[in-house]
Write a protein of this length. Structure first.
Length: 549
């Protein structure tokens, strides 16, 4: 089976297109956003995919990602899937140049490039066209052309595109790459050895054709055009793309006082300035890697941010003393046997936060929203059966602080995130609650599929909490045990074994049949590490937990 077999097994209709830089691709409708104009492409060489509808979708990723997003267990890309591309056959140019002319030397003299330099690089002329030869191990491999009087370039399409001046630089301790041939000639005037890309910034095929040559250099300096006055600095953008392919750890960006080396030469920039620019070249950094120095301001800000370090006060003081608060960016799982009071405690906690000015949004999937909210009203008014006025006053007091998703039963996770993201951004809600994980509709034909989806959902919970500076509660059920008299622990959570690792805090509510007391205890406290228990009394009339005195 190869990638095409996989696409066929999914029922996708596609056409194969061969593209210059990426090779053969299957072009089809996007399976994720409903596109019907074939704006989606997946490489038949390595499975990398991308939807070109950036505003509506823009999804992209690897072959592994593609399989996961289609709810399949990903398989590593190997000979079973990969299409082995046949090496492209290139033709060697056969050219005969005319004797060098005064016009050829005059053209270069205007660029302050001497006749000796023109001869050094074997620059030729054929009629009105300049011929720029590219050699590899002394053999002519590629020829670039341009007229003396026009800035247009071309080459024979069957030539192998290689770097200009490769042979002169092959024994250098590091490599310098320029954007243009005349930049390399200008560098020669400065006494610097460089190579030039063969076809400007529009075609990076040379990376593939010169890979073995490029791979041996431990350091590479990129002398690409710096169009400071243009809206799109194409040269610098290309340099970033090239650094990612050649290795950001070994690439350095050289910023010159003018656009490029040839312009510096024409404006009489002295050699020592060019050498200084190279000495001050900045390396490319990985966006995920930060030094401690770069983190200083963030570290100071974090040390002063009580909400991130300690969070919001917890309604039960003893639990607050253990966890230190509900921190933003975290996910707390609440687990317990049926009837232990998980939903009741969650009600109580959200009401407490609303009373202290912090908004919450919940989705109650195991009971009607009306019942869930009526319990909260009971906790607020301290009456077993709230009257109409009680309900009215409850809604007046907290009508804009407590929101809920008006749905019961199984729900697709996409609907939850769509609603939660809207609520976080528009209303500034700080607490979100899901009751319970069992009611999320995870797709799959096996337990392994479903557990994997559950793991992904909990990971999404964490991402959501961090991105929106909020706290997420989620009620989880325990696995069936021999008796509800047995105390629960982290390994008793129903579903994926990854659940315990993905959550930040794990809180259990348990009715101890021996003492007839309700206990609330922690099994995980990611930030502070403390775990302990608190003994509670429960007022049935008010449906409220109190810490035992």
């Amino acid at each position: 089976m190869d990638i095409r077999d996989y696409l066929n097994s999914k029922g996708f209709h596609y056409k194969i297109e061969n593209r210059l830089n990426t090779g053969p691709q299957a072009v089809m409708n996007c399976p994720f956003c409903g596109d019907d104009k074939k704006h989606f492409a997946i490489s038949l060489a390595d499975g990398a995919f991308k939807c070109l509808r950036k505003a509506e979708c823009g999804r992209s990723g690897s072959w592994w990602d593609f399989q996961k997003m289609l709810n399949d267990i990903p398989k590593m890309l190997n000979s079973q899937y990969k299409i082995e591309l046949e090496p492209k056959i290139y033709k060697k140019p056969i050219v005969h140049s005319d004797p060098a002319t005064k016009e050829l030397y005059d053209f270069h003299e205007k660029r302050k490039i001497k006749k000796e330099t023109v001869k050094h690089f074997h620059i030729g002329i054929k009629g009105n066209n300049i011929m720029i030869p590219h050699y590899e191990n002394g053999e002519l491999i590629f020829v670039k052309y341009r007229p003396l009087d026009k800035k247009t370039f071309w080459n024979d399409k069957d030539n192998k595109p290689i770097l200009f001046n490769m042979d002169e630089c092959k024994d250098e301790p590091f490599l310098r790459i320029t954007e243009g041939h005349w930049d390399t000639m200008a560098a020669h005037e400065y006494g610097i050895k460089t190579v030039s890309v063969p076809n400007g910034i529009g075609d990076n095929t040379w990376i593939e054709t010169c890979w073995d040559y490029l791979d041996k250099f431990e350091r590479i300096y990129l002398y690409f055009d710096d169009d400071k006055d243009k809206e799109i600095n194409a040269g610098q953008t290309t340099a970033i793309d090239i650094s990612k392919r050649l290795g950001e750890w070994r690439c350095y960006n050289v910023k010159l006082p003018h656009k490029d080396l040839n312009e510096c030469l024409m404006k009489d920039v002295p050699p020592e300035i060019i050498f200084e620019c190279e000495a001050n070249a900045k390396g490319y950094s990985h966006k995920l890697i930060k030094s401690l120095h770069e983190m200083e301001s963030r570290l100071i800000a974090y040390s002063k941010d009580d909400l991130r370090r300690y969070g919001y006060t917890i309604s039960i003081k003893g639990l607050h003393d253990i966890l230190r608060g509900w921190r933003v960016g975290e996910v707390t799982a609440i687990c317990g046997y049926p009837g232990s009071g998980k939903s009741t405690y969650l009600d109580q906690e959200l009401l407490y936060q609303a009373q202290h000015g912090f908004k919450s949004c919940l989705v109650s999937l195991e009971m009607d929203s009306e019942q869930f909210l009526l319990w909260m009203c009971t906790q607020w008014c301290k009456k077993e059966t709230p009257g109409e006025n009680d309900i009215h006053n409850f809604c007046i007091n907290y009508g804009h602080d407590i929101s809920f998703l008006d749905i019961t039963g199984f729900i697709d996770k996409i609907l939850i995130w769509d609603a939660f993201k809207f609520a976080a951004r528009k209303y500034g809600i700080k607490f979100f609650a899901i009751d319970s994980l069992m009611r999320i509709n995870f797709k799959g034909n096996s337990s392994e599929h479903i557990y994997n989806e559950q793991k992904n959902f909990l990971s999404d919970c964490k991402d959501f909490a961090m991105e929106n500076g909020c706290h997420v509660f989620i009620i989880v059920h325990p696995k069936k045990k021999g008796s509800i008299k047995e105390e629960l622990n982290g390994m008793d959570i129903f579903g994926s074994s990854a659940t315990y690792n993905l959550i930040d805090n794990l809180v259990f509510i348990w009715k101890n049949s021996d003492t007839e007391k309700t206990e609330i205890y922690t099994e995980k406290n990611r930030v502070h590490g403390d775990n302990d228990r608190v003994y509670l009394d429960f007022n049935k009339q008010h449906r409220t937990f109190y810490e035992e005195v």
